[in-house]
Ligand binder design. Structure first.
Ligand code: ZN
Length: 86
């Protein structure tokens, strides 16, 4: 392993729930600032949003769970953008 200590990016595999495509998702990617807009009702933890490079559908990525889930999943609470403190 020669990855270097400066892990600015964290990649993991995510499976698209819509088309079953498996892709490498960059946890800290996107347009710089991550704005959390979704939260797991059960734990209150924020969840990250990902976009499938194949079908371009959005999904949410849960910690340690391979397959992404629907943004409108019952377990997810939507947070208004206005209430997000930057
Ligand atoms: Zn897909």
């Amino acid at each position: 392993m020669n990855m270097g200590k400066e892990m600015k990016y964290e990649y993991r595999e995510v499976k698209c729930p819509w088309c079953d495509h498996v892709f490498m998702w960059n946890k800290n990617g996107g347009e710089g600032l991550i704005i959390h807009m979704y939260r797991l009702k059960e734990t209150g933890k924020y969840v990250e949003e990902a976009k499938c490079p194949k079908c371009e559908m959005k999904m949410l990525v849960l910690d340690k769970i391979f397959e992404g889930i629907d943004i409108d999943d019952d377990r997810i609470e939507h947070i208004l953008t206005e209430s997000v403190i930057l």
